[in-house]
Design a protein around this ligand. Structure first.
Ligand SMILES: O=C(O)[C@H]1O[C@H](OP(=O)(O)OP(=O)(O)OC[C@H]2O[C@@H](n3ccc(=O)[nH]c3=O)[C@H](O)[C@@H]2O)[C@H](O)[C@@H](O)[C@@H]1O
Length: 452
């Protein structure tokens, strides 16, 4: 097993891509990650005291009707207790309402008030922190599901808490909870990033995709359309909707009716559902097709992440190739570029026209590709990782299994460039260097050294 510490000094010694990689010591992530995971003893004492008061309060207040509904609705009746006492609480009482209200309040004059679903997810965390940093009010919603390491989700939640963002533990399928959230805060925008992610997992657990990406989305839009005034909705679709298309680069005008995975099919369904709500109720909706987003605090189920883990452990990795030894490639897009695209989509969106479930005029409906425009073969991804990690990978090249993967993705971003001012600036080598630096720092800490 490779030692993680020497990799850090090796990374610092590596030449940076001119003008691109600057370790940002002033970024909130940097400052916050220094605090994490060992809090000062004074802070710990205070935390215990506050926790004691919260528990006392929760035990003294009767459970509300909303809670009774939400407790059975979330996760099919099995509400996860992960943060229940500290974050949501068994009762959505005045304390909970105050926290939602305070977190939703913008700190800048022109700030937005945004509900971010999937807030402790990879993109959700980065987007939420960026919004908060510029003065928007942000409330997170996340079900903390165990699709991948919940420890990582908890760590992301700590970042959000330290940035002053309150994350409610709950599911987008929980209508009563959503209702309560919209009654408590007057959200101007919803950034919908909650989803069952991952292309290959759809063969193992198909229903989870229907639950989150179809049912959950409809549930959320139902609340949005009934709210008065209706919020603006921006949500995450996926490059996977281009499915088996062979015309490149993928343009928003291209067909999207031949998905290769159930994941892609549910994202495509989401786009059609969004259109319906826009058409019938006047909701302003923007869908963003993300192209293989990667970076610090990323998703452990994604290839760049588990390749890093397996290379460091000396475990064999499988590199997929297409028919006749064809190259499999992805238009890997760095998280900071995607965050800029998300913020631009929120900022350029026009208001919804309806209110209280009634349409009052045509509303904006948009779809944009957020990619990098430079597809990189998986073999090249692995050689960049080998260089950064100073370890030769044990590679096995195999034909891509029939698991829902597509051979390549390549975004045409001219529409996003024109209308959102979207302009990705991070190449894969630069972005992976930032990811590896984070990875080594995160798993190198004493607490998690056994987990990597
Ligand atoms: O762009 C998107 O829309 C999608 O991007 C990723 O999906 P994917 O591009 O398949 O990302 P990975 O699962 O990280 O795979 C990256 C590449 O590595 C390849 N791969 C994966 C696994 C493996 O063992 N070997 C291997 O070569 C895949 O075929 C793919 O070309 C995300 O996982 C999806 O949630 C997202 O919606």
């Amino acid at each position: 097993m490779t030692q993680l510490k020497p990799i850090l000094s090796h990374l610092d010694a590596l030449p940076s891509t001119p003008g691109k990689f600057k370790p940002d010591k002033t970024s909130p992530y940097h400052r916050l990650s220094r605090l994490h995971p060992s809090l000062s003893p004074r802070l710990t004492l205070w935390s215990f005291f506050v926790l004691f008061l919260v528990i006392l309060f929760l035990f003294c207040s009767p459970p509300s009707a909303t809670t009774a509904v939400s407790n059975t609705a979330v996760n099919g009746g099995k509400r996860r207790n992960l943060h229940t006492a500290a974050v949501l609480g068994p009762s959505l009482g005045p304390n909970w309402e105050n926290r939602v209200w305070a977190s939703a309040r913008p700190t800048s004059k022109a700030g937005l008030s945004i509900l971010v679903t999937g807030a402790v997810g990879f993109v959700g965390t980065h987007v939420s922190i960026s919004l908060k940093k510029r003065g928007d009010g942000v409330v997170g919603l996340d079900n903390f599901n165990s699709y991948y390491d919940t420890g990582l989700k908890k760590a992301r939640n700590s970042l959000l808490q330290k940035a002053g963002i309150f994350v409610v533990e709950g599911d987008i399928n929980d209508a009563a909870l959503l209702q309560k959230l919209f009654e408590t805060a007057k959200f101007t925008h919803v950034m919908h990033l909650a989803a069952q992610a991952g292309v290959r997992y759809a063969m193992k657990n198909p229903m989870s995709y229907i639950h989150s990406n179809v049912n959950g989305f409809v549930n959320l839009l139902e609340i949005c359309k009934s709210t008065n005034p209706q919020p603006i909705v921006v949500w995450a679709s996926s490059s996977s909707v281009y499915g088996l298309n062979s015309k490149v680069p993928f343009s928003e005008k291209d067909r999207t009716d031949q998905p290769a995975s159930l994941y892609a099919a549910t994202k495509k369904a989401g786009e059609e559902i969004a259109h319906t709500y826009n058409h019938i109720y006047g909701l302003s909706i923007t869908g963003l097709r993300f192209f293989t987003v990667y970076g610090p605090w990323g998703r452990p189920d994604m290839a760049y992440y588990f390749f890093t883990k397996d290379i460091l452990r000396g475990k064999e990795i499988k590199i997929y190739e297409g028919v006749d030894h064809g190259t499999v490639a992805r238009d890997f897009t760095y998280i900071d570029d995607v965050v800029k695209g998300c913020l631009a989509a929120l900022d350029t969106a026009k208001k919804s026209t309806g209110s209280g479930g009634k349409k009052r005029g045509a509303a904006q409906f948009r779809i944009y590709n957020l990619g990098n425009t430079t597809p990189v073969p998986i073999g090249r991804l692995v050689s960049i990782l080998e260089k950064l990690l100073m370890v030769k990978a044990k590679k096995k090249v195999i034909q891509m299994p029939r698991n829902g993967d597509v051979p390549f993705t390549h975004a045409n971003i001219s529409l996003a460039q024109k209308e959102l001012g979207y302009k990705p600036t991070t190449d894969l080598e630069t972005g992976l260097k930032k990811f590896v630096k984070w990875y080594v720092g995160y798993y190198g800490s004493k607490k998690k050294s056994s987990a990597w």
